[in-house]
Design a protein. Structure first.
Length: 403
């Protein structure tokens, strides 16, 4: 099979996902188009340069519906002969877009692709598209459905993580993100979003709270305790599934969970011929990628079994991986990953993550892949792994090898 390489990876800064956020007035299609245009210009692409644009976005309604990928192409300076494919694997959509592109190239279906995603969470609210798993009573009961925040608290309860551990992890994420920005570690990939007059809209992650400490987090109330205990009683549903747990320990809140933000990211993927045609040098080979289904109730544990799967399928061990990016959907997700593999935190999310900078659902997977590659180059590391937990019980993972 043909090798698939990453030639470039970019992202916008993450804007606060609310009405006073810097990116709030930019539509999903326009931010996507801006990202596509920047990638095109940076790599001097012309005409039918790529086979397709594979674009992840999770809440596929209103301005993010109707095959947003094609709308983004038409709103951009890319040739109209390039089609677009909108995909949704929840939080892993951006990474899955890259994986699909890589697999198409490996199979001989085109020389080059643009893959990535977008999510304007301040404009199109998370959950506004509905979900069969949540609204179909038969499916909800049969799958023991609970919201993700409850799932994160189930992980904490099942694997023994307390509030202080989760808060300490969150503080470290903020500190690492602040240090990374101070050291310009995102300078290669973060693009400045400008308006039609060329004026800067946003050039830095807006959600960060570098002043966060244990005391400030300690004042926050658990975000999902009432939902679990009082409203529809999701704790009761969880305990029906996991009767060995006496009660759910609610440790998560806004400070140790991922932030609601707006943002976009794009990755240029191609084979060797693609690079030679456009005069580009490959930065990394996409060595492997895979996905898996997991327990839909505790549903955020996917990074563990999907990592086990990708290592097994490629004859590798956890010690073969130099750096990890594990999406910080909730603190317990990453704590469980490090516990399961006995991985040193010094190798995981070394520049902070979604707790500090935010989680624009459809774009995050492509973002963390770019962050991983930048850090592998900065520290001269050979092998890296990016992985995300996925709603409804799934996991996605990709292994990069520098070339």
């Amino acid at each position: 099979m043909t090798d698939a390489y990453i030639y470039d990876a970019i992202r916008t800064p993450r804007g606060k996902g609310r009405k006073d956020g810097a990116l709030h007035e930019v539509t999903s299609a326009r931010l996507s188009a801006f990202t596509l245009n920047t990638l095109k210009e940076r790599n001097n692409l012309e005409g039918h340069a790529v086979e397709d644009v594979i674009w992840g976005n999770v809440t596929q309604v209103m301005e993010q519906g109707g095959c947003l990928a094609r709308a983004a192409v038409l709103a951009s300076d890319l040739d109209e002969s390039i089609p677009g494919l909108a995909i949704n694997r929840f939080c892993a959509s951006g990474l899955e877009a890259v994986n699909l592109a890589a697999n198409q190239i490996k199979g001989g279906a085109g020389d080059g692709y643009i893959a990535g995603g977008v999510e304007m969470m301040g404009r199109v609210a998370m959950g506004s598209d509905g979900a069969a798993m949540a609204v179909d009573p038969q499916l909800a009961m049969g799958s023991y459905f609970v919201p993700q925040g409850i799932s994160a608290d189930i992980i904490a309860t099942e694997y023994g993580f307390n509030r202080d551990e989760a808060d300490a992890y969150a503080v470290e994420s903020q500190n690492r993100a602040a240090a990374a920005w101070a050291d310009n570690r995102f300078g290669k990939s973060v693009i400045t979003v400008k308006d039609q007059n060329g004026l800067t809209i946003l050039d830095r992650d807006e959600y960060m709270r570098p002043q966060t400490d244990m005391q400030s987090l300690g004042s926050l109330k658990p975000a999902f305790k009432e939902m679990g205990e009082v409203m529809p009683g999701f704790d009761t549903v969880a305990l029906m599934k996991y009767p060995h747990l006496e009660a759910i320990n609610h440790i998560h809140h806004a400070g140790n969970s991922s932030g609601i933000v707006d943002g976009s990211a794009a990755v240029l993927v191609g084979n060797k011929d693609f690079g030679e045609k456009w005069g580009l040098t490959p930065r990394a080979r996409i060595r492997a990628n895979t996905k898996i289904g997991t327990d839909p109730t505790i549903n955020l544990t996917g990074p563990v079994p999907v990592t086990e799967k990708i290592l097994r399928e490629n004859g590798m061990e956890i010690g073969d991986i130099d750096l990890f990016e594990v999406n910080e959907a909730f603190a317990s997700v990453v704590l469980r990953f490090m516990q399961a593999f006995d991985v040193d935190h010094a190798k995981v999310n070394v520049n902070g993550g979604a707790i500090a900078m935010g989680h624009p659902l459809g774009a995050t997977g492509a973002m963390i892949l770019g962050t991983l590659l930048d850090e592998m180059e900065r520290t001269d590391k050979k092998i890296g792994l990016a992985t995300l937990c996925v709603a409804a019980g799934m996991g996605s993972a990709t292994i990069l090898e520098r070339v």
